[in-house]
Write a protein that binds this ligand. Structure first.
Ligand SMILES: Nc1ncnc2c1ncn2[C@@H]1O[C@H](COP(=O)(O)OP(=O)(O)OP(=O)(O)O)[C@@H](O)[C@H]1O
Ligand SMILES: [Mg+2]
Length: 362
């Protein structure tokens, strides 16, 4: 039986755990159309929290509501990529009458018309995009652009933000969905030329609830044609700790280390968790640690004396700093998705197993 878990970055999970509020919000935004604040959104989260997974799913939802969609990654060439794909979408809509299906409008004479990219596209990117938007809008369709892995280090990303704001100001039918790591998003938003993006609605990908995780793990196992014992499921949920990539790793390795056929038991999950830890090290822990400042690390180190939760007062005392100084770092680390609140005045690691990794490494 084929393993139904998908522990690789960018792969679409068989069952998406949680994230209902975000998806529902976006759905309503696309339904409302131009003017809805959710049409310009940015998904922010640590590595492996499921940003790309959302960017893969949401275009389908937008398309059902009459939007054409192009998806790019913030890399050099992204502007041309957006243009070429938008042209392809526009000509599809004109040529096969897809616009009629998408919007419920009758486009009559436009069906069968052809609309092709001129041999020598004239004008700069903005001008050429206006032409595509005109065509789409004439079919009652808007354009959703998704940009994954946003960064301020790329000139084209900044240019894109600068031009995109004109589309919005001029009331064009456009929508934008971006995703990025917390540090990259904040440096992008602090760039003067991209300041328009500060108004985008931000969705922070936090931990997924245990109930949603349990549901998704069970559904994924059953989707692969097997079942999982109650105790085994509880163990897998606990180890996943609301973190999507960990959930996929635990599920995947558990599946691999159990006998085909029977129900998955707790022993198999325990073996799966162990192997998952190694993959988290390569995929998440190492790069997360690399991105932290020395002071961030001091803070985390001060937390390591605890188990399962740290009181802020203790962390500040161990760091030998004032509580207001410590809380600046608390905010920074929460922002980066490394730690999260656990009740009043307490924090703990939001990346499962990162505490054990740091105990070994520091
Ligand atoms: N809501 C979810 N439920 C279950 N699995 C998920 C969910 N979101 C993502 N995944 C899985 O988690 C893993 C990481 O997802 P994804 O690649 O989307 O993360 P990311 O935030 O884009 O990471 P990165 O910062 O490295 O780009 C993938 O294996 C994906 O299949
Ligand atoms: Mg990603």
């Amino acid at each position: 039986m084929k393993n139904p878990f998908t522990p690789s970055f960018g792969s679409e999970p068989l069952v998406l755990a949680g994230r209902r509020d975000i998806i529902e919000g976006m759905r309503r935004g696309y339904e409302n159309g131009t003017g809805d604040p959710r049409l310009n959104s940015i998904v922010v989260g640590a590595r492996g929290t499921g940003k790309t997974a959302l960017l893969n799913i949401i275009p389908g939802i937008a398309q059902e509501r009459g939007w054409a969609c192009v998806s790019v990654t913030a890399l050099s060439g992204m502007l041309e990529d957006i243009y070429q794909r938008a042209v392809a979408q526009a000509s599809d809509i004109l040529n096969d009458g897809k616009g009629a299906r998408l919007t419920g409008l009758t486009i009559g004479s436009a069906v069968g018309a052809t609309w092709e990219l001129p041999d020598e596209p004239e004008g700069n990117w903005r001008t050429r995009m206006y032409r595509v938007l005109d065509t789409l809008e004439s079919q009652g369709t808007g354009l959703l652009i998704t940009v994954d892995e946003v960064t301020s280090d790329l000139d084209e990303m900044i240019q894109f933000a600068a031009v995109y704001q004109h589309f919005v100001r001029e009331g064009r039918s456009v929508a934008l969905l971006m995703a990025g790591l917390p540090n990259n998003v904040s440096s992008l938003l602090s760039n003067k030329s991209a300041s328009f993006l500060r108004r985008a609605k931000q969705y922070r990908l936090g931990r997924i609830s245990d109930a949603d995780m349990a549901f998704a793990i069970r559904q994924t196992v059953e989707g692969g044609g097997r079942s999982i014992e109650r105790e085994a499921l509880d163990l897998a949920v606990k180890a996943s700790s609301g973190f999507p990539y960990m959930m996929q790793l635990v599920g995947f390795h558990t599946w691999e280390s159990s006998e085909d056929g029977g129900a998955i038991d707790a022993d198999a999950v325990a073996r799966g968790i162990e192997v998952a830890g190694y993959d988290m090290r390569d995929g998440v822990y190492r790069s997360t640690l690399r991105d932290l400042s020395a002071k961030d690390i001091d803070f985390l180190q001060a937390m390591l004396e605890d188990e399962g939760g740290s009181r802020m007062a203790d962390v500040a005392r161990r760091m030998g700093v004032s509580s207001s100084y410590a809380s600046q770092y608390r905010l920074r680390l929460i922002d980066q998705g490394v730690i999260g609140e656990r009740g009043r005045g307490r924090v703990w690691f939001d990346i499962p197993g990162f505490d054990s990794y740091l105990r070994e490494e520091l």
